[in-house]
Design a protein around this ligand. Sequence first.
Ligand code: UT7
Length: 334
Amino acid sequence: MSKINAAITGIHGWVPEYVLTNEELETFLDTTDEWIMTRTGIRERHILKGENMGTSVIGTEAVKGLLEKTNTAPDEVDLVICATVTPDMLFPATSTIICDKVGIKNAFSFDLNAACTGFLYALDTARRYVESGSYKKVIVVGADKMSSIVDYTDRTTCVLFGDAGGAVLLEPTSDGLGIIDSVLKSDGMGRDHLYQKAGGSSYPPTHETIDARQHYIYQEGQAVFKFAVTKMADVSAEIMERNNLGAEDISYLVPHQANMRIIDATARRMGIERDKVMINIERYGNTTNATIPMCLHEWSPKLQKGDILVLAAFGGGFTWGSMYIKWAVNGSSK
Ligand code: UT7
């Protein structure tokens, strides 16, 4: 019997309605559309407004749309993994809340946190369950409400992030398509350069942590930039090399959307032209765990069975990784 691979057979992305433009940021920050566009490539981002509206609201919309598109009954789902850095609460897991809201009752579920590489880590974890032969329908949802941890008085971080969610359905296939290989890495020395200091067990919330604005994202942009450019390109080159892939073999690079300059550097290193790179950072900004599934969602109508995709990401921790996929379905047939 031929090997069981895990294939993405359906995908859905969701963004909240409200659009925060660079022009609106100019009204309350010392910044300009020109600076943001030149340094990052971001023009606007979507923000989830409303009281008590957490990441599960976003994840639920993504998963609900996925179930509808793929004609999947909630009871058929075996496992849901939610990749997020902005869970509704520290516990219970946001995945359990999403399952409850969409009526998934026969699955087990958990959250996974690997910062901006979380979706890749979750996809790789999920594929192992499918490859085992025991699990037939596994959902990976990458969702983040970044606006809940962004300091809108800090111009160096608040222009970067947005809210979004994307979900994929993984199913077994024996035709040699699906997820073929992955390279995942982490190095905890990066923790000083990008973090949300307070709110966990080291620095539980106090008046002092709130006064010191330690519940927001802290980022040393240049240090992170330097590592992101090198590591995302390294790992993309590594997966090409060990699978004998040339630039001409690759249908699309699907990069994490943190900065247009990081995306360009990765594509250059791989020898890939811009028209073969999925880029939507201009409209959404950095949505952390949702960037890659949002790209797949938007490009899926164009994708053909057998197309070769390389996914690549870099994020806090540091964490980084790449994945080689042979696309398993034609267009948006699901
Ligand atoms: O997804 C997770 C991983 N994260 C990343 O990959 C992000 C990596 N880092 C970056 O993308 C970039 O470092 C940033 C976009 C965050 C910043 O771009 P940069 O080219 O590294 O700028 P910089 O931090 O060196 O700042 C240059 C100048 C500074 O002013 P001075 O000190 O030269 O006077 C900043 O204060 O730009 C200033 N600046 C701004 N000016 C206008 C910083 N933010 C802004 C702003 N508007 N929003």
